[in-house]
Design a protein. Structure first.
Length: 230
């Protein structure tokens, strides 16, 4: 459904991505992990259209969208959330979900139910807890025309239980609403527990892609990222 072919990105003499090829299957939760500086955020920027690759292609449904801007990709179903929570603080949760859903009240109710936001729908977003704000952020990405969620460290700053709940909400969307998700995340336990496929980046290259069990057991991944305790 979403793939890259030989993506290369450099910033001066620094190579951020080097011949990166990944394939995200429809209906999957695809995790991306790796140490700091591995190229994870650059990959998300390339997929969302914020960064133009110097080489390679980005394909959506088999069509080359490498030159398409962010707005075009959002209209065609690629929706991204960022490491920093991005919400409308002065609006209630209901008001901003209604904006994202383009006034579709049924969708507002459904997204609120999926993310456990029903109790705070009429509360100003900036007065809710940080965990609620993170869920609102992901809910905004999921509303409207979204088909593929690009989630950049969605669990940043959350407790273990909040992280588990958030990944559960994403799994519900994928299972019940037919969405697809690509998640960059440092919480490897959440990734291994929720993702169908995991890609490991290291120094801008794909170290391996496989099932969570295969990735967790791979000696190269243990050496590069997980450590001997994995």
């Amino acid at each position: 459904m979403l793939s890259t072919e030989g993506i290369g990105v450099s910033f001066g003499s620094v190579v951020a991505l080097d011949e990166v090829t990944i394939n995200v299957a429809q209906g999957n939760i695809h995790g991306v992990i790796g140490p700091n500086g591995a190229g994870k955020s650059t990959l998300m920027n390339v997929l969302s259209g914020a960064t133009r690759p110097k080489q390679g292609k980005v394909l959506l449904d088999g069509k080359d969208i490498s030159a398409r801007p962010v707005r075009w990709r959002r209209r065609h179903g690629l929706s991204r959330s960022f490491q920093r929570t991005s919400i409308f603080p002065a609006l209630t949760v209901r008001e901003q979900l209604r904006l994202a859903a383009r006034g579709d009240l049924a969708e507002v109710a459904q997204v609120a139910r999926t993310f456990g936001l029903e109790a705070v729908l009429d509360v100003r977003a900036d007065t809710t807890s940080y965990g609620d704000q993170r869920r609102v952020d992901i809910a905004l990405a999921a509303a409207g025309t979204a088909r593929i969620l690009l989630l950049d460290e969605p669990a940043a700053g959350l407790t273990s239980q909040e992280t588990a709940d958030l990944f559960g909400h994403v799994a519900t969307l994928v299972r019940d609403e037919g969405l697809t998700a690509l998640i960059v995340e440092h919480d490897v336990d959440a990734v291994f527990g929720s993702c169908d496929v995991v890609t490991v980046l290291d120094l801008g290259r794909v170290l391996m892609t496989g099932t969570p069990a295969a990735v967790r057991a791979d000696p190269r991944v243990i050496t590069a990222y997980l450590g001997t305790a994995a």
